[in-house]
Design a protein around this ligand. Sequence first.
Ligand SMILES: [Zn+2]
Length: 275
Amino acid sequence: MFGAYPYLLVLVSGLIIGSFLSSITYRIPLGKSIKKGRSFCPECKKAIAWNDNIPLLSYILLKGKCRSCRKKISLRYPLIEISTAILFFLIYYFYSFNCSASLDEASLQDICFWKLHLGSIAPPFLFLAISLLITIFVTDFEHQVIPDKVVFFLFSIFLAVNLLSPADNFYKNLFVSLATAFVFLILNLITKGKGMGLGDSKLVLSGGVSLGWPGTLVWIFLSFWIGAALGVSLLLTGKAKLGKPIAFGPFLVIGFFLTLFWGDYLKNLLFPFLQ
Ligand SMILES: [Zn+2]
């Protein structure tokens, strides 16, 4: 009975934070303030009453339509809410596992690493990081924009935790971060910004200080692989055209989640020779 209670709390928190994220990812690219102003219907501009603004539940009760103008509410809202809830759930699920490695043995900075590192504040810390990554996913997917404030906030919280870490790998992790960003910057220059945006270079800066080494390698490898697989299937089905850029940020975010949750397994699968 009590075993399921924290999971329920985590799921509900995920839906509420997801609702907030769906609102700020709508506002940030339009240059609107994220603090003031109530939510309103983008069609009829009518303010949304609090009881019509309950994450997921209101969408289901209103059958996906605005109460005043009956226009369809975008699927992005329930999708962002559900995705956030699922990711929060996964973090808590992996956090509840026992960690076998010690802090110095951990080569990959997965959830186990953060648990050994931060103890009971690991879940809220990871919820914050995941929320910033979801924000980046949505703004890059919808507007091909990775907001500077969000991407540097993500880097600085990971950097700060690394700096305070009792484990002796701060300079190594920082080096991995800077080297990865440098490689992406070169890619950006070679492709003249068509293949890789500057935002992607800023995003991978978070790699070394969050996933460590070889976690960063697993992350980047997976992201390219997922991006290529999806790109080819979109081309084959005629849903994308050659030469038309697809934002890379969303693939980096998906790759990051996979590495955070299943990094150890993926590392042994992809790079069995790496320690
Ligand atoms: Zn409306």
